[in-house]
Structure formats: structure tokens, C-alpha cells
Write a protein that binds this ligand. Structure first.
Ligand code: RTP
Ligand code: MG
Length: 140
């Protein structure tokens, strides 16, 4: 399996509850290396731009409000098969369906406020990393 990079976001519900360290431990324990990380406050417009793919979905407005409701931690994770591995560690979108031991099973509050975002494919990972970070900020 190739070494990949993926964009992760620790969402407002998790930063508000001081869960950044516990979530990062899950990534590192799974063999994912955090090669870039920053805590930022998104505006609702920036959240909307990031999640533009969901523009027509009924939850879009609520999602953008939520992502701008408190700081997030944007990060780049690197490792073998990092895109799929990260989504495994995150667990299913709805915490009620997430496997035991995953981030969402342990920490998510609801299907909307579900603690983490992870890119879902190589092309979206590349676009999402470029949205938050310059090449110089990725230190593998
Ligand atoms: P993400 O993009 O954040 O990593 O999550 P995902 O792939 O597991 O889920 P996706 O279908 O891409 O949805 C993006 C985010 O929108 C919120 N959502 N709310 N209220 C709802 O029914 C609902 N459905 C999705 C979640 O925050 C989800 O992670
Ligand atoms: Mg998604």
C-alpha cells in the first residue's frame, strides 16, 4: 500500500470538550503521523466553501453553522493507506453505527456533531489539504 496524505479536521464539538489530544492519540496509535496541524476559527462562508459538495443537502446550513461555532483543528495525516485508515479510525458518520473503539463511537455527540472530518478519496484529499495548508507547512 502506498504512503498517502489525508486532511483531517477535529470539529467544534470536540475542540470545545478539550478532546484534541485524545483524538490525536487515536491517529498516532493507528500509525498515522500528524505532519501539519493548526487550530483555526472558520467563518460560516469558509465552512460553506469547504463543504460545497454538500450544498444541496438538507443539513448543509446546519453543518456550516456548526463548523463555524467554535475553533477547529485542521491537520494532515500521513501513512500507509492513510485515507482509508483514517476513516476506519473515525468510524461511521452516525455514532450510533460506529464500531466500538472508533473516534465517533467514543466521542461524537450526534450524526451532525461527530467530532472529526476525514477526506474520502485521493483527489478530495489533495484539494482539501491545499485548502488549509501550503506545501511548506507539510513536514513529513
Ligand atoms: P466528513 O465529510 O465530515 O468526514 O463526514 P462523512 O464523510 O462521514 O459524512 P458526509 O456524508 O460527507 O457528511 C459530512 C458531514 O455532514 C454532517 N451531516 N449531518 N444531520 C445529518 O443528517 C447529517 N448528515 C451528515 C456530519 O457532520 C458529516 O460528518
Ligand atoms: Mg465526507
Amino acid at each position: 500500500m502506498a504512503i498517502e496524505r489525508t486532511l483531517s479536521i477535529i470539529k467544534p464539538d470536540a475542540t470545545k470538550r478539550n478532546l484534541t489530544g485524545k483524538i490525536n492519540a487515536k491517529f498516532e496509535d493507528a500509525g498515522l503521523r500528524i505532519i501539519a496541524q493548526k487550530r483555526i476559527q472558520l467563518t460560516k462562508d469558509q465552512a460553506g466553501e469547504f463543504y460545497a459538495v454538500h450544498k444541496e443537502r438538507p443539513f448543509y446550513d446546519e453543518l456550516c453553522e456548526f463548523m463555524a461555532s467554535a475553533p477547529v483543528v485542521a491537520q494532515v495525516l500521513e501513512g500507509e493507506g492513510a485515507i482509508a485508515k483514517n476513516r476506519e479510525v473515525m468510524g461511521a458518520t452516525n455514532p450510533a453505527d460506529a464500531e466500538a473503539g472508533t473516534i465517533r463511537a467514543e466521542f461524537a455527540e450526534s450524526v451532525g456533531e461527530n467530532s472529526v472530518h476525514g477526506s474520502d478519496a485521493p483527489d478530495t484529499a489533495a484539494d482539501e489539504i491545499a485548502y488549509f495548508f501550503s506545501g511548506l507547512e507539510l513536514v513529513g
